[in-house]
Every structure is written in structure tokens, then in C-alpha cells.
Design a protein. Structure first.
Length: 391
């Protein structure tokens, strides 16, 4: 990584962008092909009873293949995009930016589902291309390619093709880091305001923005307005709370709703390390809502990834601190519920892993990791689209 954390301009940028875009699109088409083939080559495994018992939208919709794309959280997002938060109940746990964008695009596509699928794939494609460009600007082509492969193979990457917030959040956060590296702090600050309305952990963008302010102060540049830029993610959270209050009359309705889910999510758990340790060893099977062995395994993998980010960064700097916060806080507050999905958007970890696995002596390990990631992604994809718990 460049010692100053700034980007160098790549040669043949347009050709590289076209190549990476085509590769990402091809990977997405392979995932949809997998879904199609699962319907024809596997016995029927859609859990219709569970689908009908859970919240689903529209509530009176007859059975169709669209159910494959409306399981779990996706129904909440589609509902919010059409009906808003006034009578949302448990759906208020989900932040407003993603449903709002779906609602804006729905008139174009005539369906909230198709609008969400288009936006999710568009945002993630752009985000992944920016990730490759950002990684190349800080390192080299080999590490950038390996980082992209890891990001696409990671099990949670299946959500880049589905109507979840991962695509939007990746696009926002990787763009903010890229703008900071290009010394475009104004644009980075304005964009970071959108992070918390997409996902609560978007407030952690105060780490790279604040670090840049401190760095500039130490080097004598002292741009006071960078201090305001560092606070921009908190402005985004304030706007989110304000919108919730305006629609529901309760400033903290989204956090109260999260506490009613199986994980009983609460920020107070961050201050209870013994509870976290007990939750970590509370494993009842290979995979499940709260007691998943897979979730714990990927937590360990991600913590190793945080250490590799520090090694790649050459210090415990903004990339490392941001990654650690993005891994530890969801794991602790949600008691590992859906944990395998959360690191999907923590792109610095894939950069840290890529910096190691791109080395020629780790070629066999690189392919082993990619294959293992893809195997888990395949089984979680099949479970998810058929209404079984995947995370």
C-alpha cells in the first residue's frame, strides 16, 4: 500500500474497467443460471409453509417463481418501498434509503421486485469495479484481481444479486474510501451522509474521514472543514432517526424493532464481553439462526482478515479500525445472527487477504480458499431462495 494512502492513476483504465465489468456481469449471470438449474435439476425444496408463515409481500400473492426472490428480508424492503413506515411493525428495523430507492425506480419497471433486482445488480457491479480500481491504485493488478475474486466468491456475495442492502452499501463505502484516497474530501463527506440511512454501521465511516482530518492536522495542513467532513456520517444517522420519528413518532423505532428479533439486537451487548464469549461458543449445529457453526468459523476467518489488513496497511490505521468495527459490532450486537452475510461489504478484508493470497507461493491456498468460499455460497444460495435459513 502507498505510504500516504493515496491512489496512483492506472494505465489503460478504460480497457481494465470494461474487462472487470464484463467479468462481474458474467459471474452474476452464472449465479442466476445456478438458480434456474436448481429449479430443473433438484427436487422441489421450496419451504412454502414457512414462507407463508413469515412476513411476505404482497400478502395475498399466489404461488409463483417470484417467491424465490422475495424470501426473508426482501419482503420487508419491498413492503417499505410501497407502503412506508407508518404501519410497518417489525419492518421498521430496516433503514430507509434502500426502500426509498426501490420506490423511486418502481414506476420505471412496473414492479418493486424488478426495480430492486435491477438496482441491486447495478450498484454491486459498479461497487465491485470501483473496488478493483481502488485496490489496483493502492497495490498492483495481481492483488486487485485476487481481491475481486475473493469478494465475488465469498458466501455473502450471493446478496449482490438479490434485493438486499449489500449492493448499495458496498457502492457507498468503497466510493467514500476511493474519494478520500483521491483527496476529494468534499465529495467523500457528502456521499458518506448516505451510509447510515442504508445501514446503521455506516456511521463507522467517521473512522477513515476522522483519521484523514487528524493526519492533515499533524502534517500542518489543518483544513478545519475536514472536521465537518468527518462528522458527515453522523449527520446521516441523524437524518435517519429524524425520518423514523416523522413517520412513526418514535426516534428509535428501528433499534427497538431489532431488539424484538431472535437475536435481540442491542448496542448494549458491545459492553458485555462475557455475553459475547458465551454466544461465540454456543454452537448447536452446522448452520442456524443463532447457533451456527458456519457463522463462528467465518468470524474467525474475518478476524484473521482484520490482522492481514493491519499487515497490509503497515500499521493499525483507518482501514484496520474500520474493518474491526464492521466485524466486531454486528457480531456482538446481533449475537452472530446472520454473521456470514455481514462481512460481505467489509471490502478492506478482501484486500488484506488478496495481498497475501496473490503471492505466487500461496497459489494453491488461494484456489483452495476460493473453492471453499464458492461451495458455501452455493449451498447458502440454494437454501436462501427456497425459504430455508441462510443468513
Amino acid at each position: 500500500m502507498n505510504s500516504d494512502g493515496e491512489l496512483h492513476e492506472p494505465n489503460n483504465g478504460l480497457r481494465r474497467t470494461v474487462r472487470i465489468t464484463a467479468f462481474v456481469v458474467a459471474c452474476k449471470l452464472c449465479l442466476y443460471l445456478t438458480i434456474f438449474l436448481s429449479l430443473t435439476l433438484l427436487p422441489p425444496i421450496l419451504d412454502t409453509d414457512s414462507y407463508l408463515k413469515r412476513f411476505h409481500w404482497p400478502r395475498d400473492e399466489p404461488a409463483s417463481t417470484e417467491w424465490l426472490f422475495k424470501n426473508w428480508d426482501r419482503s420487508h424492503y419491498l413492503y417499505l418501498s410501497e407502503e412506508g413506515y407508518a404501519q410497518a411493525g417489525a419492518s421498521t428495523a430496516f433503514h430507509p434509503l434502500w426502500p426509498a430507492l426501490i420506490g423511486l425506480a418502481t414506476p420505471i419497471f412496473g414492479s418493486s421486485l424488478w426495480a430492486a433486482l435491477f438496482l441491486s445488480n447495478l450498484f454491486s457491479t459498479i461497487g465491485l469495479v470501483i473496488l478493483h480500481r481502488l485496490t489496483f491504485g493502492l497495490t498492483n493488478d495481481g492483488i486487485a484481481d485476487t481481491t475481486l475474486l475473493l469478494a465475488l466468491a465469498y458466501p455473502g456475495a450471493l446478496y449482490y444479486c438479490l434485493p438486499y442492502t449489500e449492493s448499495l452499501f458496498l457502492l457507498i463505502t468503497v466510493s467514500v474510501f476511493s474519494l478520500i484516497g483521491s483527496n476529494r474530501m468534499g465529495a467523500a463527506a457528502w456521499l458518506s451522509i448516505l451510509a447510515a440511512p442504508a445501514r446503521a454501521v455506516g456511521v463507522f465511516l467517521v473512522i477513515p474521514l476522522g483519521w484523514r482530518f487528524v493526519d492533515d492536522w499533524r502534517t500542518g495542513r489543518r483544513p478545519w472543514w475536514h472536521c465537518a467532513a468527518a462528522l458527515a456520517p453522523l449527520v446521516g444517522m441523524a437524518l435517519t432517526l429524524g425520518m423514523m420519528w416523522a413517520q412513526t413518532g418514535d426516534l428509535f423505532t428501528s433499534f427497538d424493532a431489532q431488539a424484538r428479533y431472535a437475536s435481540q439486537g442491542s448496542i448494549e451487548k458491545v459492553f458485555s464481553p462475557l455475553v459475547f464469549l458465551r454466544s461465540f461458543v454456543d454452537v448447536w449445529g452446522v448452520h442456524g439462526v443463532l447457533h451456527s457453526g458456519i457463522d463462528r468459523v467465518f468470524f474467525v476467518v474475518m478476524m484473521v482478515g482484520v490482522a492481514l489488513v493491519a499487515r497490509w496497511e503497515g500499521r493499525v490505521g483507518p482501514w484496520t479500525l474500520y474493518s474491526a468495527a464492521m466485524i466486531l459490532v454486528p457480531a456482538m450486537t446481533m449475537s452472530f445472527m446472520s454473521f456470514t452475510r455481514y462481512p460481505t461489504v467489509v471490502f478492506p478484508i478482501f484486500m488484506g487477504l488478496g495481498a497475501v493470497l496473490a503471492k505466487p507461493r500461496y497459489r494453491e491456498l488461494r484456489w483452495l480458499v476460493l473453492i471453499l468460499f464458492l461451495i458455501v455460497q452455493f449451498f447458502l444460495l440454494i437454501r436462501h431462495i427456497n425459504g430455508h435459513w441462510a443468513g
